[in-house]
Design a protein around this ligand. Structure first.
Ligand code: NIG
Ligand code: FE
Length: 393
């Protein structure tokens, strides 16, 4: 198998605390790294590097693991810029615009959705995202949810069935019938294409009993649970996530002390989505309180046309640092190993032998530049599963 040696790495963030400087990021200075096929074969001090078939010189720049964006709604049609402008003029975000996207998405063909998703997925990749999770949820009929998941599965194995996104207009007078559809025929048709089951458990979404019904049915169908909760108000999201041993509870803008205590030691990752709080002018989550309590935190984009038309994990990192009290190191860890934990993956989000060769070369001497130089072209090159996807500028 072909090997490639990256030399001259001024700062190598391995994401393994047992390596390098002993920090949580596991930083090795003046480092080198060997890619073999799709995997990392070796990391260490440059002077000890083995020979390889090809060589790339990082010229003193930093290398970090590819970002793991563990929460997106990438398959959709249309756009909602007017809704964004209205919000910036004072309107609140309610989730009511979701049906606008549902209408556009239902009207789009699988090919149109594929083309649009490809554009967004390529954009995320060039910004350093090497693993993306993609949810359904803009179809809300059996055929349309299937259409979304078929497209999503072409881009990632991390597909999520979010039939319980909102109750569509045609069911508003009979919510129970929609929950029955989601937990019945829709789940049966969609489950083979999904790894995860998700519910929008919030005001405007689904209540505690409905959420429990959907998660239970999803688990019975072999899907693993994750949850949207506490985005728009305080609710039962954390309690349910812990009850179901969900991989992650996402948003977490409104948490009580009891929620944080319940998350501690639960194994449930708190996934924070500052792009959504930025784009809706909602409150940012209290990342400091979560981290200080020892809760595992992930950062993701929540990319969707309504609450967060954000594809950039570097922007998310910058927001987490500037607005949520995370250090640059904590934010990078949350955007890599944290996202991997939120997807229950141990083969991504770190640069150690055996892990996926998902590599971001920064045009910077260290990882702090991701937050320090927001919206700059800090990501220079990306390798995904060992394949170099961006040539040097
Ligand atoms: O995670 N709030 C629920 N779902 C999405 C937003 C969807 C939309 O507004 O289109 C979210 O923020
Ligand atoms: Fe979301």
């Amino acid at each position: 198998m072909k090997t490639t040696l990256i030399t001259g790495i001024g700062e190598l963030v391995t994401g393994d605390a047992s390596l390098g400087d002993g920090s949580a990021l596991g930083i090795v200075r003046d480092a080198a790294l060997v890619i073999e096929g799709e995997r990392i074969a070796w990391v260490g001090a440059e002077g000890a590097a083995p020979a390889a078939d090809a060589r790339v010189d990082a010229a003193g720049r930093a290398v970090v693991p590819g970002f793991v964006d563990s929460h997106t709604h990438l398959v959709f049609a249309g756009e909602r810029s007017a809704e964004f402008a209205a919000r910036m003029a004072g309107e609140p975000y309610t989730g009511g615009g979701i049906m606008t996207t549902v209408a556009a998405t239902r009207a789009a063909s699988a090919d149109e959705l594929r083309t649009h998703t490809r554009r967004l997925a390529d954009e995320t990749l060039l910004l350093g995202t090497t693993t993306v999770e993609i949810k359904s949820g803009y179809g809300l009929t059996v055929a349309d949810e299937l259409k979304l998941l078929e497209v999503a599965a072409e881009f990632t194995p991390e597909t999520t069935f979010l039939g319980a996104h909102v109750v569509p207009a045609e069911y508003v007078d009979d919510r129970a019938a929609f929950v029955a559809l989601v937990t019945g025929e829709m789940l049966e048709v969609c489950a083979p294409l999904a790894r995860w089951i998700d519910v929008f458990c919030d005001t405007g979404g689904f209540d505690e009993d409905e959420t429990r019904a959907v998660l239970s049915a999803g688990v019975a169908a072999g899907l693993m649970p994750r949850l949207h909760g506490n985005q728009l108000e305080h609710g039962p999201g954390v309690r349910l996530a812990v009850e179901f041993s969900a991989a992650s509870i996402d948003h977490c803008a409104y948490l009580t002390r009891e929620d944080i205590d319940a998350l501690r030691g639960s194994g449930v990752v708190a996934t924070l989505l500052p792009g959504a709080d930025f784009s809706t002018r909602g409150p940012y989550p209290d990342a400091r309180a979560l981290l200080d309590a020892g809760v595992r935190v992930a950062l993701a984009t929540d990319c969707n046309p309504g609450s967060s038309y954000v594809t950039s994990m570097p922007l998310v990192i910058a927001l987490a640092v500037r607005e949520m009290g995370m250090t640059p190191a904590e934010a990078l860890l949350a955007a890599t190993a944290g996202g991997a934990a939120a997807l229950r993956r141990d083969d991504i989000g770190r640069l150690t032998p055996g892990a996926a060769a998902d590599i971001v070369l920064l045009d910077a001497p260290n990882h702090i530049h991701l937050a320090y130089r927001p919206a700059g072209r800090v990501v220079a090159e990306v390798w995904r599963r060992g394949v170099r996807v961006r040539a040097a500028r």
